[in-house]
Design a protein. Sequence first.
Length: 100
Amino acid sequence: MDDGIAPRDLKVEIIKDGLRNIRAKYKECQTTRKKEICYAIAANELMSMFGSLVPNVWHDPEMRFFILKGTEGFFVYDADLDKLRILSIEEIVTIILRET
């Protein structure tokens, strides 16, 4: 159910596949078009995939790294390595502050 706040039921494999596809399309686009155009196309794909939940999807400009805010925590994903972790806010803060 899309409540516009956070995804209730993360279908991990579906989300991973979608984000991997967005990254692949972005990289392929860059072979023939400007980076800005490719970013706009990829952002449109994110809108199609997440709808009103897009504000809960953070990503880097290259569409490789993603963080999704959900009810069970933060889905942290690297689309090139196909590596993911689901972390609580406490875990994220602890990891970040430990590194500084």
